[in-house]
Design a protein around this ligand. Structure first.
Ligand code: NDP
Ligand code: 8X3
Length: 252
């Protein structure tokens, strides 16, 4: 039974991936900061799919906590075959001169440095196994910069750059690396970005059908289940109604 570590499994894309990989009989390591949610998801998936699940509650911005969580995994969960770097967030939607500088720190510390901390802690396991697959959740915001997207877009451009760097640096160790870049997905993402303002958050998806978390989970599973000699380097997945970060067809 293969083991997948999913960061940010308490909600949205990460949670949908947890469910799909459980259904496909993977052993799961699920992480996030909300302990109660992790425990509930663990119990639900165990009773539904009879899989083995280990939860790790920590903040990926904290280097020591990240290293400690991964280095102290129980023996039976240590053999991580797939790392899904999914945890991430946008905070605020303002021009650069007006946006909150603490929000910049949180986005860069989570989306870029947190992803690096987790990856660095997992690489030795994959190197030892001479196999592994790192899947980074990127974004349309990695391919384009849109008005008021500034630091979030920069953080996701960094995720794409790091994906390419990993593909080069880890090639010799037979570790596959993939970037999955979604367009708009209806998760808690917009509520977090708009700091709990549900009305503004929900308006993001008004008038068209966005992607849902499970649409991305299916793509992640497809990427993860290719034969050993095949790697999907980079995949951009959009709602049919979305052409670019800002051009969306509304109505019928
Ligand atoms: P959600 O807000 O629903 O989920 C985000 C997850 O990230 C949560 O499980 C959250 O867990 C976790 N997380 C956030 N910060 C931290 C942290 N510091 N330490 C540990 N875990 C953290 O959003 P999505 O599912 O949409 O987002 C998942 C990924 O997809 C993100 O990287 C996002 O940038 C990307 N994305 C999203 C798109 C969208 O339109 N929704 C489009 C393109 C990319 P907890 O709060 O429990 O820590
Ligand atoms: C999330 C999608 O368009 O809000 O990465 O940047 S978008």
């Amino acid at each position: 039974m293969k083991t997948i570590l999913i960061t940010g499994a308490t909600s949205g894309i990460g949670k949908a991936c947890a469910e799909l990989f459980a259904k496909e009989n993977y052993q799961l390591i699920l992480t996030g900061r909300r302990a109660e949610r992790l425990e509930k998801i663990k119990q639900d998936l165990i009773s539904k799919y009879k899989v083995k699940i280990h939860v790790l509650c920590f903040d990926i911005q904290n280097k020591k906590a990240t290293e400690n969580a991964i280095n102290t995994l129980p023996e039976s969960f240590k053999n991580i075959a797939i790392l899904l770097n999914n945890a991430g967030l946008a905070l605020g939607k303002e021009t650069l001169d007006k946006s909150d500088m603490q929000d910049w720190e949180t986005m860069l510390d989570t989306n870029v440095k947190g992803l690096l901390y987790v990856t660095r802690a997992v690489i030795p396991i994959m190197k030892k196994n001479k196999s592994g697959h790192i899947i980074n959740i990127s974004s349309i915001a990695a391919k384009e910069v849109y008005p008021n997207g500034n630091v979030y877009c920069a953080s996701k451009h960094a995720v794409d750059a790091l994906t390419k760097a990993m593909q080069i640096d880890l090639l010799a160790h037979k570790i596959k690396v993939t970037s999955v870049a979604p367009g708009m997905v209806d998760t808690e993402f917009s509520t977090v970005r708009h700091k709990g303002d549900k009305q503004t958050a929900d308006a993001t998806y008004n008038g068209f059908t966005p992607l849902f978390a499970n649409d991305i989970a299916e793509v992640v599973y497809f990427v993860a289940s290719r034969p050993a000699h095949v790697n999907i380097n980079d995949i951009l997945v959009m709602p049919s109604a979305q052409a670019t970060a800002t051009i969306v067809r509304k109505g019928n």
